[in-house]
Each structure stands twice: as structure tokens, then as C-alpha cells.
Design a protein around this ligand. Structure first.
Ligand SMILES: [Zn+2]
Length: 430
């Protein structure tokens, strides 16, 4: 999924800009609703100050920018919309100590019900609800999403198709192990009912963030019209689509959501075989690592507090590390390094696990692990990808391989099973 994101990061262009049509109004990220601060009241006094500070400093905002928007006084965190502290948003009361910490009310917490699982040796995942989120829309939208490429007369590589194949393999294995598998999407059509043409106002607000309606030109050159059209498309497949899927996740209330993707490194728009990257790298993302720019958006401040106070970070990290272990064992590609990219930060024990503030892992409620498979444009994977899905083994480049998608599904199922306390030997190859 990272082709465009990383290109933008490398060229130093901020990926997500807050939109503030009028200076006096709250800044919001694209298509975000006004946050309902009273919804956080259920979390009052449910976490100690020590724990809260720990999560902010180690996971949610290690660069410290969260604190620029806050004042901590005793056990109360006062959150402001701006770093000048002129716009009060919310006061969060923390518990003085563990003894006085109030329990989380079940209805406020995303569905973390792992205690139901792990009691059966043959069905170790019984009681667990796993949501699969195969990345991107695909189908006739794949080129718009820039998740489509083709080298010469080779079969085209369409990331949404690859993600779906891996998810289908994972689903079979997870269900065999007793899990209930639910989906954000099953087809290559948008989950959102919104279409790009319906996002013109939002596209203009995004292109002219600071000047308000007066900054929008009275007439549009063909070039400007193309830019607006492209912005409408970006808002459609990056924002509206993910927001629609978040609503699905909220209704399904899963114990864990897996966002399933194949990665890519940057390259030209008309790729050739000679341009294939020598080696894939692997990564699993947990949620965190907000930048100051992201935190200027009030909805992102709300999302941060909701995620942190819902206590999804521990299961996220555990599941991500468990899946990463399986990825390393099966594929043995090195981890990403992201050494020159501030948006991703290594967290926890596994070299494969990074924290990143992605829209999906921010607004999907409950624990979310965002898994990136091998690079679609790497020498070690490209031929296996264009070979498609198949039963048994095939010889590719002189070596015998099972389907790459079957392997990905098995990695996910084994990772989830080990995380849930079951034996991965119950995840049989199929
Ligand atoms: Zn992707």
C-alpha cells in the first residue's frame, strides 16, 4: 500500500493536511466528523497518570508533541485545540493510583474478549471474532488507486486482488481453528456509497486549506480542474472508503482486525523487469507515533485518546509481534528500517513492528494489526505474485514454491493462533 505514501514522504510533502476553512474553527482531517468529546466521559478515572504518560511517551507520541496541546495538573489532563492553549477541548481525569482506578465499562471498550478463547486444543480460537480487511478497492478502481501495474505482457499486478487472496486463505484457517471471521469487504467495489464527484467541496477545501472559500479561483483552468478531480479521487479511496469500513468494523465489534496488504517500493510509472527491487522487506504496523501536524486536527486528538484509553495497544503489539514472528519464519526477508522516515517508529521487541498513525488503524475501533506482505515489485516475489494462487507447489525460477497467498494466509492464522494462546500446529496447511 505504500507506493504513494512513501513517495510523498520522500519528497517532503505532508501527506495529511488538516482542513480549516475558517481560522476560528476546529481543524479536522479530511472527511472527519466533529469529535464527540462527551463520548470520552466513560473513560474518566479509568487509567492512572503514570500509565497514561507511559503510553503517550513510548507509543502514541514519542516526539512529545502531544504535550504541547495539554496541561497536566495533578491527575487532570487539560487538552487544547491549539499549542497556544486558547481553545479548550476536554478535561480528562486520571486515577491517582491503581486502587482508585475505575473499571472500564464493557460498552466503552472495543471487543476485547480474548479470555473466551484458548480453552480448546482443537479449536483454540473459539469465541474470537477476527475481522479481515483486505486492503484497497480493486476492480475498475485499481488504476485510480494506483494499485495496478503491468510489466510488458505479464499478467497485471492488482494489489486488491492479492490482498483478497491472502485474506481468503487466512479466513479458512482461522475458521478451522474455531474463530468467527468477519469482513470489511468481500468484493472489488467500494464499501463507501460516496463517489469522487460527490467530494468537490471537500477537495476544494483540501486544496485551499487556509484561505477559505475566497481563495478558491472563480474559474478553473483545465490543469486546475485535473488537480481538483485528482483530489476528489484521493479523498474517495483514501478517506471515504476507510471511513465507511470503520463503520463496518464498529458494528462488527471484532476482537482483532487484520488489515492485509502487499508492500511496494517506489519506482517508475512504466516499470520494467530490470527495475525490480532486489529484496523485499517486511513490516507490521501498530497504531501510534502521532506528529504535531497530525495532532493539530481535533479528530486525531480524540482518536488518540479513544485508542489509548480503550487499551487496545497491548493486544495490538502482542498480535503484531506474533504475526511478525511467523512472517520472519516463513519468508525470512529483513525488516523495514524507515531510518529516514519519521512517520514510522520501531516499537516493542520485534524488529518488524513499527508504530504508525494510519487512518485505518486510527479509526477502526479495537485492536488493529496492519500487515504488509512482500514487495509486489521485488525480484524475490514478483514471479510468485504473477504466478497467482494455486494448489500444491510449482517451480518458479528453479525453486519449488507453494502459493505465496497460501503462505500469507498461514502466517496470519498462525500468528493469531499463537497470540491467542493456542498451538500453531492446529493451523494445518490446506
Ligand atoms: Zn496496500
Amino acid at each position: 500500500m505504500d507506493l504513494i505514501v512513501r513517495r510523498l514522504a520522500f519528497t517532503g510533502i505532508a501527506l495529511i493536511l488538516c482542513v480549516s476553512p475558517l481560522a476560528s474553527r476546529a481543524e479536522l482531517s479530511p472527511l472527519a466528523p466533529e469529535p464527540d468529546w462527551s463520548a470520552l466521559d466513560a473513560f474518566q478515572e479509568t487509567m492512572t497518570r503514570e500509565e497514561f504518560v507511559h503510553w503517550i511517551n513510548t507509543l502514541f507520541c514519542p516526539d512529545g508533541s502531544f504535550w504541547k496541546f495539554t496541561v497536566i495538573n495533578g491527575n487532570e489532563v487539560t487538552l487544547f485545540g491549539d499549542t497556544e492553549h486558547t481553545r479548550l477541548l476536554y478535561r480528562l481525569r486520571l486515577a491517582p493510583d491503581l486502587d482508585s482506578q475505575l473499571p472500564l465499562r464493557a460498552t466503552t471498550v472495543s471487543g476485547w474478549k480474548l479470555s473466551k478463547a484458548g480453552t480448546s486444543t482443537t479449536k483454540p480460537l473459539r469465541g474470537l471474532v477476527i475481522c479481515l480487511d483486505p486492503g484497497h478497492i480493486g476492480g475498475r478502481w485499481a488504476k485510480m488507486e494506483q494499485r495496478f501495474f503491468q510489466i510488458g505482457s505479464d499478467p497485471p499486478v492488482i494489489e486488491a486482488n492479492l490482498n483478497m487472496l491472502a485474506a481468503q486463505h487466512a479466513a479458512k484457517l482461522l475458521e478451522t481453528a474455531g474463530a468467527t471471521v468477519v469482513w470489511t469487504k468481500r468484493f472489488f467495489e467500494p464499501v463507501t456509497a460516496i463517489r469522487p464527484a460527490g467530494l468537490r467541496e471537500e477537495a476544494l477545501a483540501s486544496l485551499y486549506p487556509s484561505g477559505g472559500p475566497a481563495a478558491v479561483p472563480a474559474s478553473f483552468s483545465p490543469e486546475l480542474e485535473r488537480r481538483v478531480g485528482r483530489e476528489e479521487e484521493l479523498l474517495f479511496y483514501r478517506n471515504a472508503e476507510i471511513r465507511a469500513r470503520a463503520e463496518v468494523v464498529a458494528k462488527l465489534n471484532p476482537d482483532l482486525t487484520l488489515c492485509i496488504h502487499f508492500n511496494a517500493d517506489k519506482w517508475s510509472s512504466h516499470p520494467t523487469r530490470a527495475e525490480l527491487i532486489p529484496q523485499s522487506r517486511l513490516v507490521a504496523f501498530v497504531h501510534g507515533n502521532y506528529s504535531e501536524e497530525e495532532l493539530r486536527c481535533d479528530d486525531e486528538k480524540w482518536d488518540l485518546l479513544y485508542k489509548l484509553l480503550s487499551r487496545t495497544s497491548i493486544p495490538e503489539a502482542e498480535a503484531a509481534e506474533s504475526i511478525a514472528k511467523q512472517m520472519e519464519a516463513t519468508w525470512n526477508f529483513p525488516p523495514e528500517s524507515y531510518s529516514n522516515w519519521a512517520a514510522a517508529r520501531r516499537v516493542g521487541a520485534s524488529p518488524y513492528v513499527f508504530a504508525r498513525n494510519l487512518l485505518a488503524n486510527r479509526i477502526y475501533h479495537g485492536p488493529v494489526v496492519f500487515v504488509e506482505g512482500p514487495y509486489m515489485n521485488a525480484q524475490d516475489s514478483y514471479d510468485r505474485i504473477i504466478a497467482g494462487d494455486y494448489e500444491g507447489t510449482r517451480i518458479i525460477g528453479g525453486r519449488t514454491y507453494r502459493s505465496l497467498f497460501a503462505e500469507f494466509g498461514e502466517i496470519l492464522a498462525r500468528g493469531v493462533t499463537a497470540w491467542a494462546g493456542g498451538s500453531t500446529s492446529t493451523v494445518v496447511k490446506h
